[in-house]
Design a protein around this ligand. Structure first.
Ligand code: PA5
Length: 448
């Protein structure tokens, strides 16, 4: 099997190769620290060897549960926020037919999402649609206490119980949470839901290959074995024993670190395949939460090309020169379509008649890369042979490993997220949550 490739040659005009290679030792040491659990945040490194430690029995069990649920429903609502849903959405939207929900002859249930916002209209519109659908719920929360998914679960649990009865609803709910702690664990035990455990030593944004991602993805019809196999192969390829120049995770981490040090503070993840939109959302969480702390860190942004060439393209080409771009380039499309010839040629497109649509897309990609490099936007290119489970498994593990290495090169703990507590504290104080009395008093005085 082929592996993803990284091309950093379009960075050398901005940062010489020798400068990137000055970080080779530190990057390899960082990879080693992740593997030996000797660096910062070392109690959250369960993801490093996760792919190769997933057992056949675990995969079989998840697949059996998925097959049982799939047969009974038209839709599955995945309830979760941040790392508890973005990995699933990234893989599912990259692989499932774009118009699945409109297909009459669906083989797999439609996946819907809740608990990733607190939109009243969203929840009303969702429950309205669910009135007419057979559905199951996969509720995911590591802490088991996150407000957004807890509200969504309370509402949907109620809805499902009313719709099919309390007893039947229990067979349609799967809870994925901590082994012991949290309100979701307590509820699952009391109600008798099927449960899966999120290991203690794996944080949300690194959890896509735990039941957090594997259970909903298996229900959605994803080949989870191929996804895991891709990650296993990438675990080997990115091992610290691989020489720096052949190790894509080390190369990516070192390159973006050098670009950051020379003032390129924003990284834009770009795709020319819009099915990768949520992969970029997952990536933004992974890098944003891992690196953005202590007043440091690259700001992760994303664009879907060619759509965003007609909006953000102007800024990227000529705006403030703080940017570098990482392009995920997909080799082969899954299907083929040729641009037809038109006798009248009123649209003037006959010069590309007979060409594949993808051939035009590839020229848009090449032309954009050259234009952006000319506009002082360094370009890192990550090449995936095609979009399938195996290569997505490779890509996601590659990004995780590179993120850990980048965090260590930056000098932060890439596995905590103390900053996300600030809004929660204010929200709880404003909502007068028991235990927050002093904060409520303070915030009311501030707002008076
Ligand atoms: O990466 C993380 O740790 C976070 O984004 C969490 O995944 C997110 O806050 C959801 O937390 P929980 O799974 O505890 O509900």
């Amino acid at each position: 099997m082929e592996a993803l490739k990284i091309d950093i040659s379009k960075v050398y005009g901005f940062v010489p190769k020798t400068d990137v290679y000055t970080l080779s030792e530190k990057a390899t040491e960082s990879a080693k620290a992740l593997e030996n659990k000797t660096g910062k945040g070392n109690d959250f490194l369960g993801w490093v060897n996760l792919p190769s430690s997933i057992s056949d029995a675990d995969l079989k069990d998840i697949q059996q549960t998925a097959n049982k649920i799939k047969k009974q429903v038209d839709a599955v609502v995945v309830i979760g926020i941040g790392g508890s849903y973005l990995g699933t959405r990234a893989v599912h939207e990259a692989l499932a037919p774009t118009f699945l929900h409109l297909k009459a002859d669906r083989k797999n249930p439609v996946i819907l999402y809740a608990g990733h916002n607190i939109g009243e209209d969203y929840l009303n519109e969702l429950t309205e649609i669910l009135n007419d659908l057979k559905y199951a719920i996969v509720v995911i929360s590591k802490s088991g206490t996150t407000t957004e998914p807890a509200i969504a679960f309370r509402i949907l649990k109620n809805h499902l119980e009313k719709k099919v009865g309390k007893k039947a609803s229990k067979e349609l709910i799967i809870a994925i949470t901590d082994a012991k702690k949290g309100a979701l664990r307590t509820m699952a035990v009391q109600e008798g839901y099927k449960t899966y455990v999120i290991p203690d030593d794996i944080g949300g944004r690194y959890s896509v290959l735990t039941p957090v991602g594997l259970v909903p993805l298996a229900i959605a019809g994803t080949d989870i074995r191929a996804l895991v196999k891709g990650a296993i192969d990438m675990e080997k390829i990115t091992a610290s024993s691989t020489p720096f120049g052949e190790n894509p995770a080390c190369l990516y981490a070192a390159t973006r670190t050098m670009l950051y040090r020379m003032g390129k503070k924003t990284e834009i993840l770009a795709n020319f395949e819009n099915k990768l939109h949520y992969l970029a959302e997952w990536w933004k969480q992974l890098y944003g939460e891992s690196e953005g702390k202590e007043g440091k860190g690259i700001f992760p942004a994303s664009v879907d090309f060619s759509a965003d060439l007609h909006s953000m393209g102007q800024y990227i080409q000529e705006g403030e020169r703080l940017l570098f771009e990482t392009v995920i380039s997909v080799g082969k499309t899954a299907t083929k379509m040729v641009i037809p010839t038109d006798k009248a040629d009123l649209d003037g497109l006959n010069y590309i008649a007979g060409k594949r649509v993808d051939a035009v897309n590839k020229m848009a990609e090449l032309g954009t890369m050259l234009a952006h490099v000319d506009g002082s936007v360094p370009n890192i290119r990550i090449e995936l042979p095609m979009l399938n489970e195996y290569y997505l498994g490779q890509l996601m593990y590659f990004f995780e490993k590179a993120c850990g290495i980048s965090g260590y090169l930056l000098g932060v703990n890439p596995f905590d997220q103390p900053g996300v507590e600030a809004y929660k504290k204010n929200m709880f104080a404003l909502l007068e949550k028991p235990g927050y009395e002093a904060d409520t008093k303070k915030i009311k005085e501030r707002l008076a």
